[in-house]
Design a protein. Structure first.
Length: 133
């Protein structure tokens, strides 16, 4: 039985190593129920589960070039449920793309670097705090 206090979080990244690392790190949160996806398409197929938070990579088409990238996935999520809090976690350092993500409803954009996990922790704690208020 699912804990009624848990917050559903989707992690979406096509890098299996990074996805596993991120999931392991976030498992320290007692109040998160984490589900992982290696494509945006799989995430969208499960959007009916109504996650409260999605951590989404931009480069979701590096394994399958025909797959949607993060911006396309974000647009589809926003159409289906604009209340989902989206955190972009990507190595893409293109200010135009960052602006596009923010304009399309992303809560924040975190660059994957040595401090990314700490920044993600801070952003997740802020979102979780707001959801529980």
């Amino acid at each position: 039985m699912e804990d009624s206090q848990s917050i559903s979080l989707f992690l979406v990244d096509d890098d299996p190593f990074f996805l596993a690392l991120l999931e392991e790190r976030l498992n320290s949160y007692d109040d998160l129920k984490i589900t992982t996806f290696d494509t945006g398409e799989k995430c969208l197929e499960n959007i009916h589960l109504n996650p409260k938070i999605i951590v989404l990579d931009h480069f979701l088409n590096s394994v399958n070039p025909d797959a949607m990238d993060g911006l396309e996935v974000l647009e589809k999520i926003a159409e289906k449920n604009p209340d989902i809090q989206i955190i972009i976690l990507s190595s893409l350092q293109d200010s135009d793309k960052v602006t596009q993500y923010m304009e399309k409803g992303s809560f924040t954009y975190i660059i994957k670097d040595e401090e990314a996990m700490w920044k993600l922790d801070d952003e997740l704690r802020e979102i979780i705090g707001n959801l529980q208020d």
